[in-house]
Ligand binder design. Structure first.
Ligand code: SF4
Length: 375
């Protein structure tokens, strides 16, 4: 098992749009080979056969970090889409569990998704296909991946894996062109696993994982790249070596250790690990100087079809618009509501309910993922 990285910069570095340090070494690749390597979520991605539109927009959109205009330059390069906003599990520290009243249960329609991708797919490099909820519960998830792939967009999906998957679904996940599939598994025994992943079944998760790995072998496919992601907490940190062994035996590509920042007194069972190496470092002092580019860099559509400035706006309170109203996605992204929001956002973020205790503001680490290892 080799270590890929503990901390390294990437396309998603802090809240900037792109870091020149990452982009300069890629210039030749982008301009001559029409390729780009980047890291997202501490995982490596490779975009290939980039169209002129994608390349041109990539550079134009990058200028937003210098201007931060209410009406952004270019179009978004990263999109996040929430296929469903509910889950089959009830993890105590997840907003899907704690904020159920704030959000009526919704499943994103294929129709809305198609409109979204048709409108902006030509510019996107990466699609993050999850929000607050379990994406594999959306019956159209394979079609969603296929559509994004038909527009040459890299697709990154995370699942709890504790979902009954038909053989057809497993084959679909492998043959859809999905680039990256993360399995979130936080325990090596059913007892510790389900103490956090409430309602989850570890055997089912591992069986799904192995079925996908077998199916990849059957089709001799490298994709999707599979990551087993372990949120490290006090109650499961002793299982880390066992988890690495499980990851190795299952045949995944990467094993990622992730930190959690929102431990609270009500959840005494879930506290930070004793090993300081796996604790997210808090950043109390520098919060005032924190600059977030999220409303410029990533376009987000929630399961209610609202275009929102950040996935933490789980109430869609600051929605830029809803595609149900037949508005073009790009018109919403550059529209009056969005511009008003960004203008206010430029003055400071603390009065936005979703930004007050934003994880990116309170931790020093670039990502919640702390370590990525090849298996
Ligand atoms: S919660 Fe606010 S500060 Fe945090 S990433 Fe979202 S928009 Fe940025």
């Amino acid at each position: 098992m080799g270590k890929v990285c503990e901390k390294y910069s990437g396309l998603d570095k802090i809240m900037k749009i792109f870091n020149p340090k990452d982009i300069i070494p890629e210039l030749i690749n982008i301009l001559l080979k029409r390729q780009i390597h980047f890291n997202f979520d501490l995982l490596p991605f490779l975009g290939k056969d980039l169209s002129n539109e994608k390349i041109y927009n990539f550079f134009i959109a990058g200028l937003n970090q210098f201007a931060q205009q209410p009406k952004p330059l270019g179009y978004p390069v990263i999109a996040q889409v929430e296929p469903v906003n509910f889950c089959n599990l009830s993890c105590p520290l997840c907003l899907t569990t704690s904020q159920t009243e704030a959000r009526p249960k919704k499943m994103l329609s294929l129709n809305a998704y198609q409109t979204f991708i048709h409108d902006i797919g030509a510019y996107l490099l990466l699609l993050v296909l999850w929000g607050w909820g379990e994406p594999l519960l959306n019956p159209d998830i394979i079609k969603m991946i296929q559509l994004a792939k038909s527009k040459n967009i890299l697709v990154h999906l995370s699942t709890n894996g504790s979902v009954r998957l038909s053989d057809q679904k497993v084959e679909g996940l492998v043959n859809s062109g999905l680039d990256s599939l993360v399995f979130a598994v936080d325990g090596a025994t059913q007892e510790s696993y389900s103490s956090y992943r409430k309602g989850g079944n570890l055997n089912l998760v591992l069986s799904n994982l192995k079925r996908i790995v077998r199916t990849k072998k059957k089709y001799n496919s490298h994709f999707p790249i599979i990551t087993l992601r372990f949120i490290i907490m006090a109650h499961n940190e002793k299982e880390l070596p066992q988890m690495k062994k499980i990851a190795h035996e299952a045949g995944v590509d990467f094993f990622t250790v992730r930190g959690e920042a929102y431990f609270n007194d009500k959840n005494n069972n879930f506290s930070k690990p004793g090993n300081t190496r796996y604790q997210l470092e808090h950043n109390e002092k520098n919060q005032a100087s924190f600059i977030c580019m999220r409303p410029w860099k990533r376009i987000i559509m929630d399961a209610s079809e609202e275009i929102i400035p950040c996935e933490f706006d789980y109430k869609s309170k600051y929605s830029f618009g809803n595609i149900k109203n037949n508005d073009k996605v790009l018109k919403i992204w550059k529209g009056k509501k969005a511009s008003r929001f960004r203008k206010e956002f430029n003055l400071g973020t603390n009065h936005f309910y979703h930004c007050k205790s934003c994880i990116h503001k309170i931790i020093k680490n670039e990502f919640c993922n702390l370590e990525t290892m090849t298996i």
